[in-house]
Write a protein that binds this ligand. Structure first.
Ligand code: HEM
Length: 353
């Protein structure tokens, strides 16, 4: 195996990827298509990724957020209702002023995760709050049990208890089965607000803190999404449309599209392993070939309009309060499997008044 990919950020910090990711980068960077398993093909060429993603819409089971809930299909109307509810909750949260004394020192991504949970769903009852807990990621069984017991035991609180719009949808459900379905959807849309944004800002801090005053937060975010895309792969299951796109794809081949690789392709980005947020002054994140942290243009992430202002708010606080990574921590581990994020980053106030 070759040397680890050491995407070195500010302060000589080094990333250590999980061996599986390291191997992908070492073996396949720059290739447009390659076989990963007898029935799985990796795709990382920008034109090929575009062609595959345009050849058919994502199937219900491939959707990260609105795939069926225990075999119950999520209708387009339900999906839109839940997204509108969580967007309203995020908009309300963004209108609250940032407290001067806000202290975000500690172990990231846990600290920003908890901050976002309190900011967006803070007044929520425990039965809801538990659904955005990081520990539920450990096993789907835990989620199932939290949802089932929550749905069974949920009384409607008095009118004086403030509720998020999202929790209101759960409490409005009539039957136990509907309430359980609604709680699953609560988890599916509330959890990414905390998980994905916390992962993204932790990556930005790891790669670039302490931030200077001149780099726009949106450039920091675009560059963190490039080097450490939280959704580092996009799965499409075998389908006849793909064989028509490229003859190397067989009828039984699942496809793993890999923004992780295209984002570090030297043909698409100069000095691809370096954290250079200023590159985004001259590049357009909406159209740059091979850059798809939020998925394809045809079916782009519905949550990105929430993610960006929340991440900017956190990064502004990081900058204002002079936060950075502890000088003692030189190596950041990118473990897996779900979201790509740097684990256990020790964030301290440092160097600046
Ligand atoms: C840094 C944060 C995020 C990243 C990097 C991200 C990334 C992505 C990607 C790559 C896709 C396309 C998936 C595919 O085509 O298979 C997608 C779709 C989607 N995302 Fe996000 N996402 C983020 C946050 C969120 C949040 C916070 C929400 C909701 C609250 C959300 C809701 C959705 C929805 C609804 C879709 C459309 C497909 C579906 O039904 O699941 N995302 N996202």
């Amino acid at each position: 195996m070759s040397e680890p990919v050491t995407a070195t950020g500010v302060g000589g910090r080094t990333l250590r990827f999980a061996p599986r990711i390291e191997a992908l980068l070492a073996r396949h960077r720059g290739a447009d298509l390659f076989r990963l398993e007898p029935d799985t093909v990796g795709v990382a060429g920008p034109e090929l990724m575009d062609a595959v993603l345009r050849s058919r819409p994502a199937a219900a089971e491939e959707r990260p957020t609105f795939k069926p809930v225990r075999k119950r299909r999520v209708s387009r109307t339900d999906a839109a209702t839940y997204m509108q509810a969580v967007s309203a909750d995020v908009r309300r949260a963004l209108q609250t002023p940032v407290p001067d004394a806000l202290d975000l020192t500690g172990t990231w991504p846990q600290v920003p995760h908890d901050y976002l949970r309190d900011l967006v769903f803070g007044e929520e009852r425990r039965r809801f709050r538990v659904l955005v807990d990081r520990r539920l990621e450990l096993t789907p069984k835990l989620t199932w049990s939290a949802v089932t017991s929550g749905a069974a035991l949920l009384p409607r609180p008095g009118a004086q208890v403030p509720l998020s719009r999202l929790a209101g949808l759960v409490l409005d459900a009539d039957t136990y089965a509907d309430r359980r379905y609604a709680m699953y959807l609560y988890r599916r849309v509330a959890a990414p607000v905390c998980f994905t944004v916390a992962a993204l800002v932790t990556s930005a801090v790891w790669l670039g803190a302490p931030f200077d005053d001149t780099t726009p937060a949106r450039h920091l975010i675009a560059e963190a999404l490039r080097l450490l895309p939280p959704s580092w792969n996009i799965l499409r299951v075998a389908s006849p449309e793909f064989c028509a796109v490229d003859e190397r794809i067989g009828p039984g081949d699942d496809l793993l599209l890999l923004p992780l690789l295209s984002h570090r392709d030297p043909a698409l980005f100069e000095e691809p392993d370096r954290f250079l947020p200023e590159r985004w002054a001259a590049l357009d994140p909406e159209t740059h070939p091979g850059y798809l942290p939020f998925g394809p243009a045809s079916e782009r992430c519905w949550g990105r309009h929430m993610v960006l202002p929340l991440a900017e708010r956190l990064l502004d606080t990081v900058r204002r309060t002079g936060l950075t990574v502890s000088a003692d921590q030189r190596v950041g581990k990118v473990e897996l499997d779900g979201l790509m994020e740097v684990a256990q980053v020790r964030v301290v106030r440092g160097g600046r008044s």
